[in-house]
Design a protein around this ligand. Structure first.
Ligand SMILES: *Cc1c(COP(=O)(O)O)cnc(C)c1O
Length: 373
């Protein structure tokens, strides 16, 4: 008898899969755990997708999402050669690991810089998963307690950071802290990095600043964007990188030939035709974020300043894990990470007005009538 387990590469047998936020189907559940946008896509986007559902589904989509590349190039003031579209920015992150980092098994000499995938901890929890799948080495460098971006001098002093890492991934604004990193500080970091440096701007539309100019200035810097969070299109899976043509060309070489599905291309193009609709929602979400921050603060929560569509907050009284359960009992789902440096926090996605009110109401009632904390 063949043992199926033995057919799997040892590296794959040992992998830890990425754990996405739950998507439970509970009626009336208020879902504030995966940073989805509380507002639907523009009606024009829904119309465009509906209108595209016809006999065309039989055909392959445009292999490079050319029309979308052209629109994005126009939007960002660059060339189409500076853009690659992916099946979500997650796919592009996978491609970046594949294109820029060596598997550790292929490097035996020296300090393995060419096999090192580096990121701050905490940041997007997918990065280590992608590095492990590839068999690359990881260098997770802890952020200070305030989650601020360290300066190159601080990183040098701390000693663990590698300025020669093949691939460095920076979530900016940071997730899960929500902290925005000033472009000037990111530029200082980029100036010191020798390997490819990806600035993952999944939440940038909720921030005061963006670092796109760095991707159009440096030969080793890429900016990652997604339609998921700000543009209410998680379901469609569409993201992109902007950066130097040479790096973009390398990424094209290692992608699937039809990596972006046709309906996603249609949806993204229609989104770019209706940006004011989304900008209005950004303003609503930012206003809710600021209101939620203020109200939680008066109730004794410590809330980190956020530049994203979520907040990271340390609740008073019971542990964050207990608060997770308390809120779940009120049919409100938030995110708690069982990790030493953030386990005292909850990450809460900014919902619509009704959801934010329900959250505040549940918290208020828990604070006024504490049951065995
Ligand atoms: C959500 C998220 C992504 C992934 O976005 P998709 O385009 O949906 O794959 C990438 N980076 C960060 C930091 C995210 O939070």
């Amino acid at each position: 008898m063949i043992n199926s387990t033995n057919l799997i590469r040892p590296l794959v047998q040992k992998l830890h899969p990425y754990i996405p936020g739950e998507q439970p189907k509970i009626k009336g559940l208020i879902k504030l755990n995966t940073n989805e946008n509380p507002y639907p896509p523009s009606p024009k986007v829904l119309d465009a997708v509906r209108a595209a559902v016809d006999a065309r589904l039989r055909l392959y989509p445009n292999p490079t999402a050319q029309a979308l590349c052209e629109r994005l190039a126009e939007l960002h003031g660059c060339q189409t050669e500076n853009i690659i579209i992916g099946n979500g920015s997650d796919e592009l992150l996978t491609l970046a690991v594949r294109a820029f980092a060596e598997p550790a098994s292929s490097v035996t000499q020296g300090k393995h810089a060419e096999a090192t995938v580096q990121y701050f901890d905490p940041s997007y929890s997918l990065y280590p998963v992608l590095a492990e799948i590839h068999g690359a080495l990881t260098n997770a460098v802890p952020l200070a307690k305030d989650f601020k971006l360290p300066t190159p001098a601080q990183l040098k002093k701390q000693g663990q950071w590698r300025f020669d890492a093949a691939l460095t991934l920076v979530t900016t604004p940071n997730a899960p802290s929500g902290r925005g990193f000033p472009t000037s500080e990111l530029e200082a970091l980029c100036q010191h990095q020798k390997g490819v440096t990806i600035l993952d701007e999944a939440y940038v539309d909720f921030a005061d600043e963006n670092a796109l100019p760095l991707a159009l200035k440096f030969p080793h810097v890429l900016v990652a964007r997604t339609f998921s969070k700000a543009y209410s299109l998680c379901f469609q899976r569409i993201g992109y990188f902007v950066g130097p043509a040479t790096l973009i060309k390398a990424l094209h070489k290692v992608r699937d030939s039809y990596n972006v599905n046709g309906l996603a291309q249609v949806a993204a193009l229609a989104t770019l035709d209706d940006l004011p609709y989304y900008q209005k929602n950004f303003r609503r979400i930012i206003a809710s974020r600021n209101q939620l921050t203020a109200e939680l603060t008066t109730m004794g929560f410590k809330v980190l300043p956020s530049q994203a569509n979520f907040i990271l907050t340390k609740p008073p009284g019971p542990t964050a894990e207990k608060w997770l359960q308390t809120l779940r009992d009120s049919k409100i789902l938030v995110r708690w990470f069982n990790k030493p440096n953030i386990k005292q926090y909850l990450r809460i996605t900014i919902g619509n007005k009704k959801e934010v009110s329900a959250l505040l109401k549940a918290i208020r009632s828990r604070i006024s009538s504490p049951v065995g904390s």
